[in-house]
Write a protein that binds this ligand. Structure first.
Ligand code: T68
Length: 828
């Protein structure tokens, strides 16, 4: 019998296979109340999680004690979203226990993969922004930085997607219906927060004016801690998520006067706050509940931070900015700025200037989008209703900003004031959360070089004039532990053999793999792994969609939220062009290709849902058309999420990163796919530009308009009709969409796409980029025909994207923004 021993770092207990087996059985008995003979897979999974948690909680205690003793400066990451996915195999890998667990379970007659499938995804996020937060907290723990993630403990994460006759259906996600082994409730750290009500101006005995907020409702925030296990390291940090509850269900006055139902209703309303994640990607609905969600978690978190600070510093605020830095993940938590001001000025009775000075040392803001419709704004009247005191504070922040900063640099310039004001004028005045975030932060960053440049030049040029040093870049990254080691074990093993085992925490080591790019034997090994991954994905596809796909075809993958700017419809037009070419020329020469999509559309985003419908209908037609002899297959994977990404990414040959230049802030799927040896077909947008710099132009298929060309085209008046009439292929394809060819008996069902591209003016320049896109795809097809050529390019992608580890992103944040120090955790 083999007995592996964990190689985990010093904060975590070492354990071997035998001990793990004993722990699992003990938990089956004493935690689950069952035994080996009758335990369900769910019970085995729970028992194994409980066994894993013995090591996790050990590390957690050691980390928390060390941080407390050392009184370290810590990062506080504020994010409305954390897209964690599953934690079982991730925690095992990071503890260095995966092979022991696999062995232990196998000796107990269980298959670890079956147990992994028992876990629901923790999908508390929409897309890239939420997944970035998850990668960042993994890296922070791995790098031994003291950090805590704060967010909302949503009862329902991102909706579950299915298709009915090709249309997206949304169902609620219940990720913790039967409990979740990874979270710990902390009733001892409950907070209470206030909303609604009115503000009273009072004068004390000295005649000093004071503002008193009389809230209309008190809500309780209950914290749930999710341990975040660093890789092979000693740190186990925490993700603290707040659940809302009514502050006192037994409001006896109401209860006794027969108001039981009223009191229960208030209860339900309070609990609604953390009920559900808003499924809006890029656009914000401006809903009252969303603003309350934002304020609820921000206020609970700030109080939590201050409680901890006061434990060692009492009422002395002088060390606060040395101990605390808060990163705002987009503007969603920006109400933290007026909230901290309120706490300091109204509660701690600090002078405004001193309080403001403190705020500006504590907050930093990451921008994730330039799309105008996604720049968060709240109606002043809504703010006034929900957070009356905060609105007053924002007015005062704005007044001082306009007088002390704007008017000093541009005296008497009312245009500048109008443009820079935190309050947007109009018949329905708005609070501009981006402006508030820039004014209240000491640092502002974009998420890829080009995006950070555009944040400066296009979004906040005057703010740059006021504070040139405030703006910086931190290019995104992804954790190679989840996105290579855990999801692609065969490739990970090959890398271990060829370049050693240091790469998971030092991803630049991957460049050593470039030396093997011309080695035929290693090429064969690399391609054999890709082939096996593709065969495994084909099995998943068959199970989920009943579609047969050939693992020898090119696997061409586009996985991301559905949005016009991401241009899934450009991909679709290419598929239609190929299909049409084959129908017109039955011997049309192309490498067989499987086009795989994974995407959720925001439930209220009509055109996005029409695009899903069109892809599904066209897939159905093409997949059943014998004439094309399987040269094209189209698959829309239902319910795309982290767990599905982990199966699709290792199997990708081609990575579709085809946003309109200037629209995708960074992208992170592009990094994961390249890391796993997929070749990017992409525009010069977001991090694609930096990927191209790293892998070299021979190993990526770049096409399309650049940011400058996009701007020039719009400035000179873009007319999509010109492309429709000039390119017969475009015309034929768009006209095709209007017929009933793909929707027998129902002509016009797919016409929405054509309408948006023609009458709608094609805002994302799909038609302008179509021709160069098709050319890039033809180039890729040619590359694939030469197996050695393809293997080399694919291997160089894996070898040369070491820059895009989230460990590097975190080190960039540390040196450019957070100024943290590493803290080695000691065992007790
Ligand atoms: C993404 N943004 C960017 N937003 O689109 C992507 N928005 O380019 C980038 O790589 C990623 O952030 C990480 O920086 C989002 O994912 C949202 O999900 C979102 C959610 C709610 C409201 C607005």
């Amino acid at each position: 019998m083999k007995t592996h021993t964990s190689t985990a770092g010093s904060g975590i207990t070492q354990i071997n296979t035998e001990q793990l087996k004993e722990q699992i059985i003990r938990h089956l008995h004493s935690t689950l109340g069952t035994d080996v003979n009758k335990a369900s897979p769910q019970a085995w999974w729970s028992a194994t999680c409980a066994a894993v948690n013995e090591q996790v909680f050990d590390g957690l205690r050691n980390t928390q004690r060390t941080h407390y003793e050392q009184n370290t400066r810590a990062l506080h990451y504020f994010s409305l979203e954390y897209l964690m996915g599953r934690l079982f195999s991730n925690n095992l890998h990071n503890l260095g226990l995966y092979s022991q667990a696999k062995q232990a379970l196998s000796e107990l007659g269980m298959n670890i993969a079956d147990l992994e499938d028992q876990e629901e995804d923790m999908a508390l996020g929409n897309g890239g922004l939420g997944r970035l937060a998850a990668c960042f907290i993994d890296s922070l723990a791995t790098l031994n930085y003291p950090a805590i993630g704060y967010g909302i403990h949503y009862e329902h994460g991102l909706f579950r997607q299915s298709f009915q006759d090709g249309r997206q259906i949304e169902r609620p996600d219940s990720w913790r219906e039967y409990g979740n082994p990874w979270e710990i409730c902390r009733p001892e750290s409950v907070q209470e927060i206030s909303v609604y009500g009115y503000v009273e101006t009072v004068y004390d005995l000295q005649g000093k004016m004071k503002k008193v907020w009389h809230p209309g409702r008190i809500i309780k925030g209950v914290p749930w801690d999710i341990p975040v296990v660093g890789y092979n390291g000693s740190s186990v940090n925490v993700l603290r998520l707040w659940e809302s509850r009514a502050s006192d269900f037994f409001n006896w006055d109401v209860f006794n006067s027969g108001g039981y139902i009223d009191s229960a209703r208030e209860n339900i309303e309070a609990e609604t706050i953390s009920k559900v994640l808003y499924p809006n990607d890029e656009t914000d609905a401006g809903k009252e509940l969303r603003l309350i969600q934002q304020y609820f978690f921000v206020s609970c978190s700030l109080k939590d931070i201050i409680r901890r600070y006061k434990r060692s510093h009492g009422d002395d605020w002088s060390e606060f900015a040395k101990q605390v830095v808060i990163q705002l993940n987009d503007t969603h938590p920006a109400v933290a700025i007026p909230e901290l001001m309120r706490i300091l000025v109204d509660r701690a009775e600090m002078q405004w200037d001193q309080a403001w000075n403190l705020c500006q040392q504590v907050f930093a803001y990451t921008n994730h989008t330039l799309l105008p419709e996604a720049l968060e704004k709240w109606a002043v009247r809504l703010f006034e209703k929900v957070l009356p005191r905060h609105l007053e504070i924002i007015y005062e922040i704005n007044r001082r900003f306009l007088v002390e900063q704007v008017d000093v640099l541009w005296p008497g310039d009312n245009d500048k004031k109008r443009k820079l004001s935190i309050i947007e004028d109009g018949h329905d005045p708005m609070v501009r959360m981006g402006h508030l975030s820039v004014v209240g932060s000491f640092r502002v960053n974009g998420v890829a070089e080009i995006h950070s440049q555009l944040v400066k030049s296009d979004l906040f040029p005057e703010m740059v004039a006021l504070w040139p040093d405030k703006f910086t870049n931190v290019t995104n990254g992804v954790t190679p532990r989840r996105w290579l080691k855990a999801c692609n074990p065969k490739l990970a093993k090959l890398l271990d053999e060829k370049i050693g085992t240091a790469w998971p925490t030092d991803l630049k080591q991957l460049s050593k793999f470039a030396a093997f790019a011309d080695d035929a034997a290693v090429q064969d090994a690399f391609m054999a792994i890709k082939q096996q991954n593709k065969a495994e994905l084909a099995t998943v596809v068959k199970k989920l969609t009943n579609i047969d796909i050939d693992p020898h075809a090119i696997f061409d993958i586009q996985i991301k939220r559905l949005h016009e700017y991401k241009r899934q419809h450009l991909n679709l037009l290419h598929i239609l062009a190929l299909y049409r070419r084959i129908l017109q020329e039955p011997d049309y020469d192309m490498t067989p290709r499987v086009f795989l999509f994974g995407a959720k559309a925001a439930p209220g985003y009509k055109l996005a849902k029409e695009i899903i419908y069109a892809i599904n209908k066209i897939a159905d037609k093409i997949n059943h058309d014998k004439r094309i002899k399987n040269r094209i297959k189209v698959v829309f994977m239902p319910n795309y999420r982290v767990t599905l990404a982990e199966k699709m990414i290792p199997a990708a040959d081609v990575s579709e990163q085809i946003s309109t230049a200037g629209k995708e802030a960074s992208g992170t799927g592009n990094m994961k796919l390249a890391l796993n040896g997929a070749i990017t077909v992409g525009t010069l947008d977001g991090a694609n530009i930096e990927i191209a710099e790293e892998v070299g132009e021979d190993n990526i298929a770049i096409f399309g308009l650049t940011v400058d060309e996009v701007k020039a085209l719009h400035a000179n008046g873009y007319n999509s009709m010109d492309y429709y009439y000039a390119n017969p292929e475009i015309k034929a394809i768009l006209d095709w969409l209007e017929t009933d060819y793909f929707t027998p008996g129902k002509p016009g069902e797919l016409a929405a796409i054509k309408r948006s591209l023609l009458e709608g003016g094609d805002p994302y320049l799909v038609l302008a980029d179509f021709e160069t896109y098709v050319k890039a795809q033809e180039k890729v097809d040619q590359w694939y025909r030469d197996k050695a050529c393809w293997a080399k390019k694919a291997m160089l992608n894996t070898a040369l994207v070491g820059k895009f580890t989230s460990d590097r992103s975190i080190e960039d944040y540390v040196s450019r923004v957070w100024q943290l120090e590493k803290c080695a955790v000691k065992r007790s």
